[in-house]
Design a protein around this ligand. Structure first.
Ligand code: SF4
Ligand code: FES
Length: 746
């Protein structure tokens, strides 16, 4: 089948519209309401083209092709129709381009220049529309709105939350928020890119630069394990904004708000700008040579009882060098799982955890069981694929979690269970799960990162793996951080070298503990003791007892101030270069976007300089080559973790305390992004079962592991899960929250 556009013949398929054929062949047709990932409404009439045999010009976005159809996009009939539409659209549009953020990349401005007229017959007063307060991330200039409805359709069709709607008719048409609320979807920032004019603007970028002055550099998200592709726009060595880079395998045309606005925290007052060394009670400015010598001395002095804990937000290059430095100095206790407390599974874990299927294959699944993750909050991009699966294949999605939440896609059934119930529910030897699925279907189980925080993680992993295998399902393991897969691949675990090579002498899987015993030397890399450990009491106790505490950190916290002996000032991800392995085992490089603040340095540079003091052959190029070679050899067939003779974690009558995973503050930079936290994360709470009471209304006192915890926080009650208290807290909070998963007494 073929059609002619402007007298040239093009091959087409039956369901193509004229605009799709034109776009594929780079023929320009103006448009406003059409967007390739949204439904077609054909309301703006900007895409009118001349179709031979039709009485009037036809909208190219909604007109299906016919064999032999002859289309003209530029003849008098088409151009006059486009000119007329343009005149109507400009009737009420303000002439404020000089002060509009969209100027220079405004679709209305571009189309007006190419297809509009230089004069208008309209001499009346233009209408004005009062702006809306829709939150800290998106600002509005609603007088500029041309009612294309892209923002409304995005909410309904992609984000799954009807936050914006169109009210009124004709001249009275307005875009409004429902029940006068701010935007709360984790995908809300996408309406900024979709809006063809300057009606919906980026609050962080507003009035801070002109688009034509911006420099564009591509990068990779550091906020979740999907690894969304992004563009940073900079002006004079400052990030002005972040937009999606189209990627058909990961984020399509979209970005989560964490990725879009998550750079705000790099300018925090907490940034560490110089190398620091302890003198008495204070940390004082020093130089890199002094603290590097201190580190090398400490490694020699304390190697027997030392421990290196590294963030899985670090790059593969930092990870490779970190473990090389420690292992060359006989330090084997190296880990990235700072929020975990049950490691009995580790010997049986795959070389790297992964999603196991391509994201684009989700739309063909019949059943998906999600365990322990609020997808629309924690992995908003993934939720877009789930909505697509429901639309495309009527996929049934089931959720099992330790607290109640809403998703932006319909769930067939959701269960709220405590950690013991969760393990029992998938125990194939005793009971059947409540999920009734067709074993012959195309089915997937997804295990969220919060499950790894639980004290019976190994039991849950084991039971779910057996359940998945017996039901012919694949198992996806979602990483806690951007480079969790990289951490496993680079040997940031005590029992494996890079590439997953087992180290037999440390492989006592049943006994391994990360925080319980005392170490003489602690090297803590890009982790904050208050927020990033499975038990803040335990890590602080460990820091108190050790002889040397060495921090690599971008931000200062109370505990670093109190316990660090030296601090290496780390640049943030946007100030460094490196690579991450995403959940689909894809190695993605990112480059430095801006220069590091103060004297802070790329972690890979710091580590290489120190490594070179005992191994001068090591180079950045050599490290990259080793990483590629390691990854080329990794071959993982499935994610099943089946453990023989696994004991159950004892089930007592105490209350179990579960700290809810908070995606908005899951790394040091995100927890300092105030606009993000104000929009998505201002509901800290402590929730107790309906049948329990706490004496004081303002303060909650908990007894846990012989420690007393006092929390001054909003209280809530819940019906499920039973025997469980829930804590949700975000940002850089002052409260100590104790263990992520433990038994407590109220
Ligand atoms: S606010 Fe922007 S995206 Fe929404 S209808 Fe108006 S012009 Fe379209
Ligand atoms: S783009 Fe075709 S009618 Fe709006």
């Amino acid at each position: 089948m073929h059609i002619y556009i402007n007298d040239t013949k093009y091959e087409v398929s039956e369901n193509d519209t004229i605009i799709q054929v034109a776009d594929r062949n780079e023929i320009h047709i103006p448009r406003f309401c059409y967007h390739k990932r949204l439904s077609i409404v054909a309301s703006c009439r900007m895409c009118l083209v001349d179709v031979e045999g039709a009485k009037y010009p036809q909208p190219a976005c909604s007109t299906l092709v016919r064999d032999g159809m002859k289309v003209n996009t530029t003849n008098t009939s088409a151009s006059q129709a486009q000119k007329n539409t343009m005149e109507f659209l400009l009737i009420n549009h303000p002439l404020d381009c000089p002060i509009c953020d969209q100027a220079g990349e405004c679709e209305l401005q571009d189309v007006s220049l190419e297809h509009g007229d230089y004069k208008s017959a309209y001499n009346e007063i233009k209408r004005t529309v009062i702006d809306k307060d829709i939150g800290d991330l998106v600002s509005t200039e609603m007088t500029r709105c041309i009612h294309c409805s892209r923002c409304v359709r995005f909410g309904e069709e992609v984000a799954g939350i009807k936050e914006l709607g169109m009210t009124g008719r004709g001249e009275e048409t307005k875009i409004e928020t429902f029940i006068n609320q701010g935007l709360s979807s984790q995908l809300s920032g996408n309406v900024i890119d979709l809006c063809p004019v300057g009606a919906l603007n980026n609050s962080l970028y507003k009035y801070s630069a002109r688009t034509w002055d911006l420099k564009q550099t591509s990068s990779i998200s550091s906020n979740d394990c999907l690894g969304s592709n992004i563009f940073y726009h900079t002006y004079k060595d400052e990030i002005k904004r972040c937009i999606p880079k189209e990627d058909e395998e990961i984020n399509l045309s979209w970005l989560s708000d964490n990725d879009r606005f998550g750079y705000e925290g790099i300018k925090s007052d907490d940034r560490i700008l110089h190398p620091l060394i302890r003198r008495g009670d204070n940390l004082e400015k020093t130089d890199f040579n002094t603290i590097s010598d201190y580190l090398i001395e400490s490694l020699k002095l304390y190697s027997k009882k030392s421990c290196g804990i590294m963030s899985a937000q670090s790059s593969c290059e930092e990870m490779y060098l970190f473990q090389h430095l420690l292992r060359e100095n006989n330090i084997g206790k190296i880990d990235h799982r700072s929020k975990e407390c049950d490691f009995r599974y580790q010997k049986n874990f795959p070389t790297i955890p992964s999603f196991d299927i391509k994201l684009s294959e989700i739309k063909n699944l019949d059943n998906i069981i999600i365990i322990g993750t609020n997808v629309s909050k924690e992995f908003p991009i993934l939720s877009i694929y789930f909505r697509e699966a429901i639309k495309n294949n009527d996929t049934s999605i089931f959720s099992f979690a330790t607290y109640e939440f809403e998703e932006n896609f319909p769930l067939k059934k959701s269960h709220v269970l405590n950690s013991q119930e969760l393990a029992d529910c998938f125990n194939t030897s005793t009971t059947e799960t409540n999920v009734d699925i067709d074993k012959t279907g195309n089915n997937l189980i997804i295990l969220g990162p919060a499950i790894s925080y639980l004290s019976n993680y190994s039991n849950i992993l084991n039971n779910i793996s057996r359940y998945a295998e017996s039901n012919n399902m694949k198992l996806s393991l979602l990483g806690d951080q951007a480079n969790t897969s990289g951490a496993w691949a680079m040997g940031i675990v005590p029992h494996r070298l890079p590439g997953g090579v087992a180290i037999n002498k440390t492989d006592k899987s049943g006994n391994y503990e990360l925080l319980s015993d005392t170490d003489d030397l602690l090297v803590i890399y890009n982790l904050e003791p208050e927020y990033d450990f499975s038990d803040d009491n335990k890590i602080l106790e460990k820091l108190k007892k050790s002889k040397a505490n060495i921090f690599f950190s971008s931000y200062m916290t109370e505990s670093i101030k109190k316990y660090a002996h030296i601090v290496f000032p780390l640049s943030t991800q946007v100030e460094s270069s490196g690579s991450y392995i995403n959940t689909n085992k894809k190695l993605q490089q990112y480059e430095k976007i801006i220069n590091p603040l103060g004297e802070s340095k790329d972690g890979a540079d710091i580590l290489l300089t120190i490594c070179n003091s005992f191994d001068s052959s090591l180079t950045h190029e050599g490290v990259k080559k080793s990483i590629r070679a390691i990854l080329a050899k990794i071959n993982v067939n499935n994610n099943f973790v089946q453990i023989a003779n696994l004991d159950n974690v004892k089930n007592s009558n105490f209350l179990e305390k579960i700290v809810i995973r908070n995606p908005n503050s899951s790394n040091p930079t995100l927890r300092r992004c105030n606009s993000l936290l104000n929009t998505h994360d201002n509901d800290d709470y402590f929730s107790i079962p309906l049948d329990k009471t706490v004496s004081d209304n303002d303060k909650i006192i908990l007894n846990e592991n012989n420690n007393k915890l006092k929390l001054t926080i909003k209280q809530k009650k819940h019906a499920k899960p039973i025997n469980t208290v829930l804590v949700k807290i975000g940002g850089t909070h002052k409260e100590k929250i104790g263990a992520y998963n433990t038994e407590v007494d109220l």
